[in-house]
Design a protein around this ligand. Structure first.
Ligand code: ATP
Ligand code: MG
Length: 364
């Protein structure tokens, strides 16, 4: 079976690394000639809106999927005329816009942070009266790694927020004083079966994910809440594949932050830490296969490598450490790899994370 993936970044690369053992072959479409998935399959270099390149990419593929949600919906609709595409264009329509995503959640009874849509300086001022400080202004679409966001702590921040909302459709969101951030990774198969990974605890800095740990501690009732929301969402969307839901924990409850219709950075630990990885389960789902168990054993952490590569030999010398280098060009704050740490003893995991931090700080 040949699987076509729109996008040839690290997620595409890791999907292929999970699928090659099952005998799958991969083709990618990516605007960049340096797409790092090129190590694992053929990359057609072209824009997502170039129909000729779309046809070249799709030659001989059996199923199509995507590794990021900002693919134009029209591209996916075009491919759907001829190919099975999972998740569907209908899913993309709901999750590409923060407003549509929040409306969907509200209609399913899933709580989200208070927000208002903002398209002008007047609307920003009205929304700030309603929502108050601190708040976050976000572009409705195309944001990632905290890009397209503006934090508003006081009136002093208004002028830069005005610039953003007069050039882009935005939402103003209350800044949630969360106790922690958690994500749930779920996979739904074509026959509607669902598997869930344990909740993952995520630490961000400057809007970028730095460290994930799983299973999250003291999260039994939150897991029940999260899986209830995941079931409602995936069933409503007739979802096929792996989905990630990011949450804020506020007191003893969850607020949904974002839905990613794909495998996710906070699920990379599942490669070594779960019986079936998020990548393998995504492929099983889209290929119409039964899903694999998500059982975990011991404790995992994932640390992102941003900006520059650490010394591989120093990493390899640490017990329980698994380096993943994406072979992307190092650029400041760019995600170019990650490291999974897996231990059966949690104390050992903490110790290894300490050693890892000193190796990473010498690299940058
Ligand atoms: P991603 O890289 O996950 O796609 P993104 O750029 O789409 O990120 P968000 O997930 O909305 O953006 O925000 C990134 C991070 O910024 C969040 O994980 C959180 O740490 C912080 N953040 C965003 N919105 C809020 C909020 N309303 N209250 C508190 N913190 C927030
Ligand atoms: Mg996010």
């Amino acid at each position: 079976m040949t699987i076509g993936i729109l996008g040839g970044g690290q997620l595409g690369r890791m999907l292929a690394l999970a699928g090659i053992p099952m005998g799958f072959r991969f083709r990618f479409l990516d605007p960049s000639p340096d797409a790092c998935a090129g190590d694992t399959g053929h990359v057609t270099v072209g824009s997502y809106t170039d129909e000729k390149m779309l046809r070249t990419f799709a030659e001989g593929v059996d199923i199509v999927t995507y590794e990021f949600e900002n693919i134009p919906v029209q591209t996916v609709e075009l491919l759907e005329k001829q190919y099975a595409v999972h998740p569907s264009s209908m899913v993309l329509r709901h999750v590409q816009s923060r407003v549509e995503e929040k409306k969907l959640c509200t209609s399913l009874g899933i709580p989200v942070a208070p927000y208002m849509t903002v398209d002008s300086a007047e609307q920003l001022s009205m929304a700030l009266q309603q929502i108050g400080y601190p708040a976050v202004l976000k572009t409705c679409s195309l944001g990632y790694d905290g890009k397209g966001q503006c934090a508003l702590s006081s009136k002093a921040d208004i002028s830069k927020a005005e610039k953003l909302c007069t050039t882009h459709a935005c939402i103003l969101e209350k800044r949630i004083p969360f106790s922690r951030e958690l994500s749930l990774i779920v996979t739904r198969s074509q026959d509607g079966s669902l598997v869930y990974y344990p909740l993952t605890e995520n630490v961000h800095a400057e809007g970028i994910l730095r460290v994930s740990r799983a299973p999250a501690k003291e999260a039994e009732s939150l897991f029940l809440e999260a899986t209830m929301y995941a079931k409602a969402l995936t069933e409503h969307l007739s979802y096929v594949g792996t989905m990630t839901i990011e949450f804020f924990q506020e007191n003893d409850h969850l607020l949904l932050n974002e839905i990613a219709p794909r495998v996710h950075n906070s699920g990379h630990w599942t490669i070594e830490g779960a019986e079936t990885s998020q990548f393998e389960n995504h492929l099983r789902a889209i290929a119409g296969l039964p899903l694999g168990p998500t059982t975990t054993c011991g404790f995992s952490a994932m640390v992102n490598i941003l900006g520059s590569y650490p010394d591989l030999a120093a990493l390899a010398a640490l017990e329980g450490v698994h380096p993943h280098f994406y072979r992307k060009k190092p650029l400041p704050k760019r995600k170019i790899g990650h490291i999974t740490v897996h231990h059966f003893d949690e104390k050992k995991l903490d110790e290894t994370l300490g050693s890892l931090q000193s190796i990473l700080s010498t690299a940058s």
